[in-house]
Design a protein around this ligand. Structure first.
Ligand code: G1P
Length: 290
């Protein structure tokens, strides 16, 4: 069955990026010329997904506004003959069908996904976490959709992380049945380095089937009152209903300042007009290599 919908939870407070995110959603922080969330939506569209379901809250409405027309701005750009910019802002407004559902309390990633249940109904769907930007000529979520269409099973995207970072992620216990493809036996949310079953971390890309909703309903809140998506994934794994695929590409966690700044530089350096000047400025800051 064709996957058309992607759920993008965006209701979180972005505490890692305060004070920048006091009144500005972290998804709107620019990464070079575009808000971070635009890269996520572009990855979804480039992968053949058409319906974007934002799970949002009342204080972050400018996220969905970014994917709508701004008529006053468009009129101004038209009047002043700024045709290229006009086309660009219109393209953003028209790139996706946007559906917004509200997460009225911030009770975790699993709770956010469950909020989309009425919109998803009985179709398979993708989930993309707004913090994780990914770049490869084969877009990250497309790599998962390929596996889903061949195997007809829920699938998560994983990447190998260093031992000192495993405690930031959901970590899978899995058997590799083909290069880069895994059958998941179990999954642990943010384990310590000593208890982690592997260094394969779930990186914010999922293709799921509606069966996940009954697992979410059955999941109990964790110590901080949150419903973890990982608990529902563990339920699927117990029924041998969960695969993982190792993703290729560059990944930036924009809630992490090093990754956020690196993402800006990565994109700016790909711009022919900026490349030389920016490289020269960066060399000014960095001490010479001895
Ligand atoms: C969430 C998931 C975690 C996953 C991570 C990927 O954690 O709970 O399993 O590895 O996203 O970004 P969060 O970053 O919301 O704490």
């Amino acid at each position: 069955m064709q996957v058309r919908k992607v759920v993008i939870p965006v209701a979180g407070w972005g505490t890692r990026s305060l004070p920048a995110t006091k009144n500005l959603p972290k998804e709107i922080l620019p990464v070079f010329r575009k808000p971070a969330i635009q890269y996520i939506v572009e990855e979804a569209i480039a992968s053949g997904l058409s319906d974007v379901v934002f799970v949002n809250q009342q204080n972050k409405r400018i996220i969905e506004d970014h994917f709508d027309h701004n008529l006053s701005l468009e009129q101004y750009l038209e009047r002043t003959g700024k045709t290229a910019l006009l086309e660009e802002v219109r393209r953003v407004a028209e790139m996706a069908n946007v559906i917004v559902v509200r997460q009225k309390e911030q009770r975790g990633l699993g709770h956010a996904v469950a909020c989309a249940r009425e919109v998803i109904k009985d179709e398979p769907f993708a989930v993309m976490v707004g913090d994780d930007l990914m770049f490869h000529r084969d877009p990250g979520i497309h790599q998962l959709l390929d596996v889903f269409h061949n195997e007809h099973m829920p699938v998560v995207g994983v990447m190998e992380v260093p031992r000192d970072k495993v405690s930031r992620y959901g970590i899978i216990d899995a058997e590799e049945y083909a290069p880069g493809l895994y059958r998941i036996r179990g999954v642990l949310e943010k384990p310590s380095a000593d208890t982690a079953p592997s260094r394969l971390a779930i990186v914010g890309r999922y293709v799921l089937t509606p069966e996940v909703f009954s697992h979410l309903e059955a999941a109990s809140p964790d110590a901080s009152g949150e419903i973890q998506l990982t608990d529902a994934l563990a339920g699927l794994a117990r029924q041998n209903r969960l695969l993982a695929v190792k993703l290729y590409g560059q990944r930036f966690d924009i809630g992490d300042w090093v990754d956020y700044l690196a993402a800006n530089i990565y994109f700016a350096l790909q711009d022919d007009e900026l490349h030389d000047d920016l490289s020269a400025r960066l060399r000014d800051f960095l001490p010479p290599v001895r």
